[in-house]
Design a protein around this ligand. Structure first.
Ligand code: NAG
Ligand code: NAG
Ligand code: NAG
Ligand code: NAG
Ligand code: NAG
Length: 542
């Protein structure tokens, strides 16, 4: 196959994809040579440069999605030789609420041979800035689902026109809001992808923002009698590990294998006549208890599950418990919910929760919490979900809750869900590496450029499942010494798929063979009194 010339491609591109598409540039880039990013990206906190790992033809495009909606997208086409392209596409995500083409992952997956598709979700902006949602509902709809779909159908067409051959399989890779975007695609556009990796998903977005904004109300601002500082959260952390690490999972490694099993007795934290240092007031002990509670509505229905034990100190470091407003929640309530740039997020309450829910349709369903995946299943699609059990920003219990909602909505047992959806609980993993914080667990499995050195690769796992029917029963993760691959492997673990629990079997705990997968027999129990509490009293989901 002779490769079309990259530079000449733009002049010949034409589209029949249901959107107005304008090619901006078609530029060949050599492997290993740094390239500056377009100013709309570089000037708003997105990456300022990228370095392809293989030769690529970079196509940039504008896609009109509505009267005012505009998406910026890129397609990277491996073009060194006739076998550079592996015949597939892989679409990358937007993390947080950013409008950044994910250049690190575009370089990573083209290095694996995929034609990579990326987009700005309909706006340019950084991860924790959602001010663009103010008075701009078209931008919200684009960010919710429309931009991604437009970029995918356009990207597939570019691939077809460049290689003179349609992509055989189409994949998606995302984490956090990017995980939610993957689930959204399965829900709304079941034929966009054959396989989806949805990590640490921030779906049920409205309730997540309700939950995020509540922490400030629970902790109070710095100096409030309720407030705990970083040192005090470390004291809490030590007490939690003393009660719930080895005592429950059998291994004293600073990793709570399944924190949903922890029943922490916070009374040990209280100062008394004999213990007067490294202890908390009764008001602060109450804060600790509150921080680990679920969020309910006025009818006692569950809006969002609790933060999991083990995530508390990182939750402080990443701003959930440090006494200030949570940035995304603040911008969302000001923009999408109230169209009022001065709305005070400290006052968010039940009426705002209800209002946010009532606006979900107007917004294009950013909740991404529909659990009817029949169309995706019938199209033979596969989803691999994973979530860190020490996630400080998005409770991993919510991924478990989504799995339960799928089971209930579609009327399926776990063995009936296995053919199209597998959810892996990753012990000791934080939130997609946000803030440089990754966690103590075996968290690397090729889910991003940063984690690409791991021996096991989740993208390969998914491709083998979709194309060869080799379903992944476990997800092998690797912990390198000090998270530095050059220093060698510290330990590895095969993370079990839910509803199996990764369980120590008495062997070498640093080796996959030291752990087994045991079925959690009561995995569907989720109502009043259940641990974790994941559904309403009547077994339904909000
Ligand atoms: C976003 O940035 C891209 C790349 O510079 C630019 O082409 C596009 O016009 C920008 N979009 C908006 C809405 O400003
Ligand atoms: C083709 O290009 C890829 C990089 O895109 C490279 O890894 C591979 O070795 C090349 N194959 C041949 C036969 O030159
Ligand atoms: C916010 O303002 C935009 C633009 O006027 C409007 O389309 C949208 O419906 C408003 N949103 C709400 C929640 O009122
Ligand atoms: C936290 O508060 C305790 C008790 O007041 C104090 O001893 C400690 O120095 C404080 N730590 C930080 C990091 O402010
Ligand atoms: C004080 O608290 C410690 C730690 O929980 C406990 O062991 C001790 O019995 C308590 N002392 C009194 C006098 O209550």
């Amino acid at each position: 196959m002779a490769l079309a010339s990259c530079a000449a491609l733009c002049a010949s591109l034409s589209f029949n994809v249901g959107f107005q598409v304008t090619p901006y540039s078609c530029t060949p880039h050599a492997a290993g040579v740094a390239v500056s990013t377009a100013s709309g990206q570089s000037s708003v906190g997105c990456a300022t440069s990228f370095t392809p790992t293989v030769d690529v033809c970079q196509v940039t495009l504008g896609i009109k999605t509505s009267g005012t909606g505009n998406v910026y997208s890129e397609v990277w086409l491996p073009n060194n030789n006739a076998s550079s392209w592996n015949g597939r596409t892989l679409t990358t995500d937007n993390g947080g609420v950013n409008g950044c083409v994910h250049y690190v992952d575009m370089a990573y997956v083209t290095g694996l041979g995929f034609a990579a598709i990326g987009d700005n979700a309909g706006h340019n902006g950084s991860s924790f800035d959602m001010t663009w949602s103010l008075n701009n509902n078209e931008a919200i709809i684009d960010w919710s689902h429309r931009a991604r779909h437009a970029a995918v159908v356009t990207g597939k067409s570019v691939v077809n026109q460049f290689y003179k051959k349609a992509s055989a399989y189409n994949y998606y890779l995302g984490c956090s809001a990017g995980g939610a975007q993957g689930l959204q695609s399965a829900q709304k556009y079941p034929s966009d992808f054959n396989g989806i990796i949805a990590g640490s998903s921030a779906n049920d977005f409205n309730h997540l923002q309700d939950w995020s904004s509540r922490f400030l109300q629970l902790t109070g601002p710095v100096g409030d009698p309720k407030f705990l500082n970083a040192t005090q959260w470390l004291t809490v952390q030590a007490a939690i590990f003393a009660q719930c690490d080895k005592a429950i999972d059998g291994v004293d490694d600073g990793i709570l294998e399944d924190p949903t099993q922890c029943r922490f007795d916070s009374s040990v934290l209280a100062c008394n006549a004999t213990v007067t240092t490294n202890c908390l007031t009764s008001t602060q002990v109450n804060t600790v208890n509150e921080v680990f509670t679920e969020l309910y509505d006025t009818q006692g229905r569950l809006l969002y599950p609790s933060l999991l034990y083990g995530a508390q100190y990182d939750a402080f470091r990443l701003g959930q418990l440090s006494g200030g407003p949570q940035g995304i929640a603040q911008d969302w309530f000001r923009g999408g919910i109230h169209n009022d740039s001065s709305f005070n997020v400290a006052n968010v309450g039940q009426s705002d929760y209800a209002l946010a829910d009532s606006l979900d349709n107007l917004h294009g369903n950013p909740s991404a919490f529909s659990a009817d995946l029949n169309a995706f299943k019938n199209a033979n699609g596969k989803i691999m979900m994973y979530h860190g059990m020490a996630d400080p920003l998005v409770s991993s219990s919510n991924s478990q809750r989504y799995y339960l909602k799928v089971a209930k909505t579609m009327g399926l047992t776990n063995t009936q869900i296995d053919p199209f959806l597998r959810y892996f609980r990753v012990a000791g993993m934080a939130h997609c590496g946000v803030g440089g914080i990754s966690g103590a667990g075996a968290w690397m499995f090729g889910q991003s450029g940063v984690a690409s050195s791991a021996p096991n690769n989740i993208i390969t796992n998914l491709v083998n499942w979709v194309e060869k029917g080799q379903a992944p029963d476990t997800l092998q993760g690797t912990k390198f010494w000090y998270d530095t691959p050059a220093l060698g492997i510290q330990f590895q673990k095969n993370h079990c798929r839910f509803p199996y629990r990764t369980t120590y079997n008495g062997g070498d705990s640093t080796k996959p063979s030291g752990w087994s997968c045991n079925l959690i027999s009561d995995w569907q129990t989720c109502a009043v009194g259940a641990h974790p509490r994941l559904c309403n009293a009547d077994g339904t989901f909000q």
